[in-house]
Design a protein around this ligand. Structure first.
Ligand code: ADP
Length: 401
């Protein structure tokens, strides 16, 4: 069974084509700068090391056609005809309250994703464009939506309802949704595998630390709390986002600095986080380099970032009534040993003991980084949201066939 996985952003399409017989990745690539005359199309396959072309791609439908033409091309293609693709799996950021699992896409699902646009105005419209592009370009191929929010549907009401007037939850569905669910689910499954244990007997904290960052408390395989909220702004410090701050700062800035709603939005989402504190960059690599050369604000940025991770580790161990495993994943979790060390130090009282040597050895692969005597196992696990989307898509297709 061949499955095409698509992750559509406002001006990009990331794709991977899998043969699900053995989960081989046949081809992968990225279309960037959709909407311009100099869009960039990168492409590689298991037997072709890669190409990068600049061409005019006006919209997602054209972007998809370009991808499909390449996949079926005589020289570097991996299939003869588009009809060989059995299904398309889409990453959809927000499924609202409705979708608790991945689902076969029909008109009703499309309408619901559209209804969720006010909840994810930056993400759901391009996700939807990708779905509509597939409907147009490959109308007979079943499509599946895999939601970033779905995994967190198991949060109890006391964890997902904010202490605002209850009517706001009823009327506007203002509540915690949580994001990065596909990644949290994937790495928790991998952690259980690496421990040789069943997921449903473990208490795991997963730390997805990328440019966007969130954590989840996963008890017996179910997410019971997560740090992102109604939007991806809540929780941890991120590349350019502040995470949780006193909400009264919003009123203060608007009243005393005469900032507009959009200006505060921009300040919190684009100018804060690692970038805002360091004044150097949103990229952890630049901040680590500056901290090493003694820059005070860069050091402070790393400390705040790590402190917040530690803060949630404590909170989630308490929420789960114990802890077996911590997983570090995504760009920073996988690669930035300085932040891992800061976040995981002095946690012996919780049973967490890092092996500094294992933590600092960059093996570019998933591995344990806790000491042998650590009661809680700590892993670096390379996330793979695409394979998770492909697996869900296959499962749904198997069910309907
Ligand atoms: P997102 O998917 O949210 O854009 P990523 O998971 O790609 O984010 O993570 C990006 C972050 O990971 C950046 O802060 C970057 O500095 C950090 N990082 C550190 N080391 C590496 C590395 N070797 N490769 C990629 N990202 C890295």
């Amino acid at each position: 069974m061949l499955i095409l996985v698509l992750n559509c952003g406002s001006s990009s399409i990331k794709f991977r084509l899998y043969d699900m017989k053995d989960e081989t990745q046949l081809a992968s690539g990225l279309v960037e700068r959709i909407g311009s005359d100099d869009a960039i199309f990168s492409y590689k396959t298991y037997k072709f090391e890669g190409s990068k072309d600049t061409l005019s791609i006006k919209n997602h439908s054209i972007g998809l056609s370009v991808i499909l033409n390449k996949l079926t091309s005589e020289d570097v293609g991996v299939i003869k005809d588009v009809s060989e693709i059995d299904s398309v799996g889409h990453r959809v950021v927000h499924g609202g309250e409705k979708f608790s699992t991945s689902i076969l896409i029909n008109q009703e699902v499309i309408d619901e994703i559209e209804k969720s646009i006010p909840l994810a105005p930056l993400h759901n419209p391009p996700n939807l464009s990708g779905i509509l592009a597939c409907k147009e370009v490959m109308p007979n191929t079943p499509q599946v939506a895999v939601f970033d929010t779905a995994f967190h549907h198991t949060l109890p009401d006391y964890a997902f309802i904010y202490p605002l007037p209850y009517e706001l939850y009823e009327s506007d569905k203002i509540r915690k949704y949580g994001f990065h669910g596909i990644s949290h689910r994937y790495v928790s499954l991998e952690a259980a595998k690496m421990m040789g244990k069943k997921l449903d007997e473990l208490k795991i904290i997963t730390c997805h630390l990328g440019n966007g960052a969130s954590m989840a408390a996963i008890k017996n395989g179910k997410s019971i709390d997560t740090s992102m909220g109604f939007t991806p702004l809540e929780g941890l410090m991120m590349g350019t986002r502040c995470g949780s701050v006193d909400p009264a700062i919003v009123f203060y800035l608007m009243r005393t600095k005469n900032l507009t709603v959009d200006q505060v939005d921009n300040l919190f989402n684009k100018k804060s986080g690692l970038l805002g504190i360091s004044g150097i960059s949103n990229d952890a690599r630049d901040v680590v380099a500056a901290a090493k050369s003694g820059d005070y604000r860069a050091k402070l940025a790393l400390q705040i970032f790590a402190y917040r991770v530690k803060h949630y580790i404590g909170a989630y161990a308490a929420a789960m009534g114990g802890l077996d495993t911590i997983v570090m994943t995504a760009g920073i979790g996988e690669n930035t040993e300085q932040i891992r060390e800061l976040a995981l130090s002095d946690l012996e009282f919780l049973g967490v003991k890092l092996d500094k040597n294992r933590n600092n050895t960059d093996l570019k692969k998933s591995r344990e980084i806790s000491a042998d005597e650590s009661k809680v196992k700590v892993f670096v696990i390379f996330t793979n949201e695409e394979i998770m989307i492909a697996r869900d898509t296959k499962e749904i297709l198997d069910r309907i066939n």
